[in-house]
Design a protein around this ligand. Structure first.
Ligand SMILES: *Cc1c(COP(=O)(O)O)cnc(C)c1O
Length: 388
């Protein structure tokens, strides 16, 4: 069966995996090995050493590639290891344009680690692609790094429009697709060159594995990135590969429920007096709702709100929630709540945080797959206790 033509749910269940060659086990075996026996010196079969390759990881990489309709998938020990790999293919003296409210950890990696290797980063608002190119592109710009929807403000960046501007200039466009997941957004089809995911989030989906990946079509870029993976060694353990293969089978189902719950919760939040603003790309009130509807096939499960009363009220509210766990991360089956200013985005320079609007009153929800009535009831009881 051609995997490219299959629907997304079918791809999730079948892509990259085939019954094992030895015993026809339907699930991919966990090859918990560091090395492989050779027939004669220097005559390895497919695998020689597990940093270079492992059959469980190969199956995962094929499955990940299929999720984004890509020729190549490369799997890493974390999302940030995947980010790091992309920057490591650049030469010192390169310049990178990054969207301004990029994931805090990616920004920290760029500012605090790579800046000292002579790579220059500018963080700019990319919601107006033409002004990014006109205003910030330099002769040595070698990469554009974009997230959409962004974290935590859920701004939407027009990927197709950016790609139309970067392609003719030969500047690779990388899209961190973690928030949308492959279920709802296909950046490669929109013209991007590399897709990145923190598979710790929706792809893993059960808050039990840290991992990352890149998906792409270009063979030359793939060779360069494969070398970084092999030479640097930020690979996943075989057991984690297995967990991820298992998770991917239910990705389509989970994402439908995440977005169903998020839309219902966002509407309920909008009707509550306590919130100044509810930010969800699926709401008509989102300033870029039309663009979101055009470039995404669903709006995913992340909601941000501004609560009236600032940090004090936000803090009491978050501690009063019972179903929503107060924790970093997102995309798992259980609902989480996060305070970006003091948690996920604490490493963003305060001036930039203020300029972006990541303030004390901002709360981010990762909506899980529970019954949405229970989630709404939890918000109501927490508000009642907070405002008491
Ligand atoms: C979590 C996250 C990352 C980093 O991934 P890790 O798996 O934590 O290393 C990168 N981008 C986004 C959007 C994320 O949410």
């Amino acid at each position: 069966m051609s995997e490219k033509k299959a629907g997304f749910s079918t791809t999730c269940v079948h892509a990259g995996v085939a019954p094992d060659a030895t015993h026809q086990a339907i699930m991919t075996p966990i090859f918990q090995t560091s090395t492989y026996v050779q027939d004669a010196p220097g005559q390895a079969k497919t695998y020689d050493y597990a940093r270079a390759g492992n059959p469980t990881r190969t199956a995962l990489e094929q499955s990940l590639a299929a999720l984004e309709g890509a020729r190549h998938g490369i799997s890493y020990a974390s999302g940030l290891a995947a980010v790091q790999a992309v920057v490591q293919i650049l030469e010192p003296g390169s310049h990178v344009l990054v969207c301004d409210d990029v994931y805090g950890g990616s920004g920290r990696l760029f500012r605090r680690l790579f800046a000292k290797y002579g790579i220059e980063f500018d963080f700019v608002d990319m919601t107006q692609p033409e002004s990014v190119i006109a205003g910030y592109l330099k002769a040595n710009t070698r990469l554009l790094w974009v997230e959409s929807p962004t974290n935590p403000l859920l701004k939407i960046i027009d990927i197709a429009q950016l790609a139309r501007l970067t392609r003719p200039r030969g500047i690779p466009l990388v899209v961190d697709n973690t928030f949308a997941s492959p279920a709802f957004q296909s950046p490669l089809a929109l013209g991007a060159d590399i897709v990145m995911h923190s598979v710790t989030k929706y792809i893993g989906g059960h808050s039990d594995v840290v991992g990352g990946c890149l998906m792409l079509n270009d063979d030359a870029l793939h060779e360069q990135l494969r070398f970084v993976q092999f030479a640097g060694g930020a690979v996943n353990a075989p057991m984690d590969c297995f967990f991820l293969l298992r998770s991917i089978k239910t990705l389509a189902l989970r994402m439908e429920r995440h977005q169903h719950n998020a839309l219902a919760l966002a509407r309920a939040l909008e009707s509550m007096e306590a919130f100044e603003q509810v930010i969800y790309p699926g709401l008509e009130s989102h300033p870029q709702h039309a663009l979101a509807a055009q470039q995404m096939s669903g709006f995913s499960g992340m909601i941000s709100v501004r609560i009236k009363g600032g940090f004090e009220v936000a803090s009491r509210f978050m501690q009063s929630l019972e179903l929503f766990a107060l924790a970093e991360s997102l995309g798992g089956v259980e609902s989480l709540v996060n305070h970006p200013e003091t948690m996920t985005h604490a490493s963003v320079p305060p001036a930039l945080r203020e300029q972006l609007g990541i303030s004390g009153d901002l709360i981010r929800f990762s909506v899980g797959i529970e019954d949405v009535e229970d989630l709404i009831a939890d918000v109501e009881q927490a508000l009642a206790r907070t405002l008491d």
